[in-house]
Each structure stands twice: as structure tokens, then as C-alpha cells.
Design a protein around this ligand. Structure first.
Ligand SMILES: [Cu+2]
Length: 75
């Protein structure tokens, strides 16, 4: 199964706890594979199964956790 990748720019992260919370919210989305979150720059690199997840479901998940995000680039 083909995996898509997207880079998300996250707002509101201030420490390692936030990084962990964002990572957890993304990992909980069905179809998500690898998740790598960094505080500086505040970004998440996510691989996902496009038949189950979309960049919109990913940004929605982080926003619901309290960290609004937007997709900045594919691959
Ligand atoms: Cu924090």
C-alpha cells in the first residue's frame, strides 16, 4: 500500500510535552504510519495511508488537541 507524506506546520507548541501531545494526536488517526514531530521548527512529518487519512484529518486531529496546524508541503 502506497504511503503519502505531508509536512505540517504546528502552532502553539512550547515544550516537550506539547511535542508528545501532538505526536499522540497524530498517531491516533486511522491510517497514520510514521510521525516525527519537532519543536524547532514546530513541524510534524507524517506518513499516512491516503485511503484512510488526509491532510485535513491530520490537521483536525492536532487542532482538537489544542495545536492548530496546516499542511506546508507534500513528500
Ligand atoms: Cu508544552
Amino acid at each position: 500500500m502506497a504511503q503519502e507524506r505531508v509536512m505540517l506546520e504546528i502552532t502553539g507548541m512550547t515544550c516537550g510535552h506539547c511535542v508528545a501531545a501532538v505526536k499522540k494526536s497524530l498517531c491516533a488517526v486511522p491510517g497514520v504510519g510514521e510521525v516525527e514531530v519537532t519543536l524547532s521548527p514546530p513541524r510534524a512529518r507524517v506518513s499516512y495511508d491516503p485511503s484512510k487519512a488526509t491532510p485535513e484529518t491530520l490537521t483536525k486531529a492536532t487542532a482538537e488537541e489544542g495545536y492548530p496546524s496546516s499542511a506546508v508541503a507534500g513528500r
